[in-house]
Design a protein around this ligand. Sequence first.
Ligand code: B12
Ligand code: SF4
Length: 476
Amino acid sequence: MSEQRKILLILPYFSEKRHYGSMSKVAPSLLPVSLVYLAGYLEREGYNIRIFDGQVETMSASTIESRVREFSPDIVGITCMTPMVTETHLVAEVVKGMDPSISVVVGGIHPTILPNDVISDPNIDVIVRGEGEATFQELIEVLPDGDLRGITGITFMDGDEVVSTGNRELVDDLDLLPMPARHLVNYEGYHQVPDAVFAEPLREILTSRGCPFRCIFCSARMMSGYKYRYHSPERVLEEVDLLVNKYGARQIAALDDNFVVDRQRTVDICEGLIRKGYHKKVVWTAAARGDQVDLELLKLMKKAGFALLSYGVETGVPRLLEMIQKNETMEQIQQAVTWTREAGLKTRGTLILGLPTETIEDSRATIEWAKTLKLDFAKFSLATPYPGTVLFDIAVKQGMEVKDWSHFSSMAGFADYDPVFVPEGREPAELASLQKKAMKEFYLRPRQIINLLKNVTSFQDIKMYYYGAKSVLFKG
Ligand code: B12
Ligand code: SF4
């Protein structure tokens, strides 16, 4: 029966304008990694898969209807992050409104954390919690009428009762998963933020899942666990072959939470890239932790083609760094940034404003720290307590009310709503305007402007820098 089953996978339309406000034109839209991994797995099992990505395709009730009409899927699978939960319910409503016999399955981080909330929607048949590849495939085999109770990792309604089966084990050996089904997306339209683009075409890769650290604001661990699982260097190199030779990559953006957890693996990947001559063909960007790099490793990464590393700098206040359980010191981060520059790579820092107990002076210290570090690029986000995180529990204790998940944005300083969390004693408007001020102060310095200009690779970059500058300088 499996070869006849048709599955339409959807990443709901997500209003960049709502989420990023005046920064929306500079917001990234990248390969929908969850959907291409699911699709690769399901195609291998013989199903007929299509992907409809609201990041890059016009998504409205009528376009969803026409996609469903032309493909006539048995099952629609929707992926859902917290800020797009409203859109997820809308997609489910449109699909069920057209044909109630189509099974609607929802997965991703938000329904994994709050399955009971999401399954209360009568237009959703089943929630897949956690990693979805194997669970979804088993589910497809029994939908619409088979025994759901025998499948681990799902939540569904049985009459008025919410039924959650046990948690599914994470895939231990990622190499057992097939290559992501990139051929199902149309690469036109995806774009990275310009300060992370060094060559084009840019293609994404995910070489690992999970992170052993426990930063209290990070919800990634809810999904992929504390155990660091990774593709072997051989498999990474095989995927690089594909990205360069089939998809024309000249830049590879590693979307891993933390690329360098296993030093030896990083060394093996770098040596493989050099051995195969890819260091001359393709540049890389990746995220790392400051306490997991050293000068020797960074020099090898540079030689292998790495152009930029992004570090979670988070805050310029030791007390707050400890509070968020970063498990890293400011000195370690500073040392890593210095070494990275010495090795010839660019550095990007991600910073958070508005953490619990953060005073205005603390926020100022964070902005100054970003400048002191001599980062090439910086992103200041507002502390956003996503459900399932320790930060969420702290924020709720301090009076945060959840009125609307769609406002769970770290970019409220650029949008027309208040930050979701404001530390005691601070004002929403003051915090929001500080985010904008931070970006302005960081970027509107001669060194930074020269840096940005040196980094221009296309007309698209110029356009994005223009919009970025406009949004930090003016309102709306
Ligand atoms: C890469 C990435 C991005 C990329 C690409 C996103 C994309 N379009 O796919 C970019 C930079 C564009 C991005 C943007 C955003 N991101 Co993001 N992103 C990530 C990151 C680092 C990796 C996600 C990933 O690919 N994981 C690997 C895949 C294989 O795992 P997965 O996505 O969990 O999918 C598996 C399961 O969830 C399940 N599954 C997922 N969907 C479905 C659907 C069905 C039907 C089924 C059966 C199963 C299933 O099966 C999948 C395979 O096992 C995560 C952190 C993390 N490690 O999760 C944050 C993360 C997912 N992002 C987050 C957020 C909030 C966003 C934004 C909303 C805002 C922002 N921070 O900028 C935007 C949304 C933009 C959009 N329209 O998609 C949050 C989500 C928190 C939450 N509770 O919602 C995370 C967890 C980071 C964090 N803050 O902690 N993101
Ligand atoms: S090190 Fe990065 S990925 Fe790991 S828990 Fe902390 S913020 Fe999340």
